[in-house]
Design a protein around this ligand. Sequence first.
Ligand code: AHM
Ligand code: MG
Length: 333
Amino acid sequence: MNRISLTQYLVEKQREKGLIPGELRMLLEVVARACKRISYGVGKGALGGMLGEAGSENVQGESQKKLDVIANETLLEANLWGGHLAAMASEEMDHPHAIPNRYPMGEFLLLFDPLDGSSNIDVNVSIGTIFSVLRLPEGVSDPLEEHFLQPGHRQIAAGYAVYGPSTLLVLTVGDGVACFTLERETGSWWLSEDRMQITPETGEFAINASNMRHWQPPVRRYIDELLAGRTGPRGRDYNMRWVASMVADVHRILIRGGIFMYPADAREPDKPGKLRLLYEANPMSFLVEQAGGAATNGRTRILDLQPTSLHERVAVFMGSRTEVERVTGYHQP
Ligand code: AHM
Ligand code: MG
């Protein structure tokens, strides 16, 4: 079999298509290397002392697991010295992390959720890493939080790693979505699917239904119609799946279609949903759109939202285009 490595894939994007600068290619390789390291840590589990609480909280007031902290440090350390980055921001850090003066400063900003699906760490269910790459605005020499507040359509690359039965890296540089599988024995990433496409129609949906009583009327209406099945207004039976790791739920949707939802609800009226715009919703929306799907917050395309703070939250409806358009339509006044 003539296999294509991650390096070869990126070099071709750089050289043959001129789609990405060499610096971005090297940055993505460093991120992939960090994900590989996290994957090995995840794989060790209890034997590597990876499970359990870290005894600290992040900026959202969520308790951090040991692996949240280890994954964050792994990504920071791997990316500090390469000279490709101007600064990094993470779910697990209150403020952006500057590149120390002793290293050259690059032109990119990296954002990540180091370990998504933290509640699944200790129960051995798929978890992942999500990342987004932005360009430092021109003329800026001192990167600050405000420079990360760019709408998602300005991302120049995004991806996630999913640490499941196999470790996968799913990536876009704005030219479709490619999936790489980690070969553990050699530590190489091999292209396993190129030009992933999300089917526009679907019979599957993903939502945490335990929050049903808190949902707003458009979401209730949409889910009620799906649950009504064959004899309801949609005229077919739907199946529900909820891993509670966004990476795993969205990955399933990339493979076989579906709609993923984390709506705003009445639990915390001042917070629009649970997921974070800059390092969860934006990168996933970029991937989903590149695979022919759609992503909105119920009203607006997620990639067009102007962020106002580093850790802001956003309602999320993403996946198969027809379903995302329908539920978004239900939100229109
Ligand atoms: P995390 O980044 O702290 O792990 O939180 C995000 C996760 C998503 O991966 C997942 O879709 C969601 O939270 C699950 O929420 P819930 O616990 O309500 O099912
Ligand atoms: Mg997380």
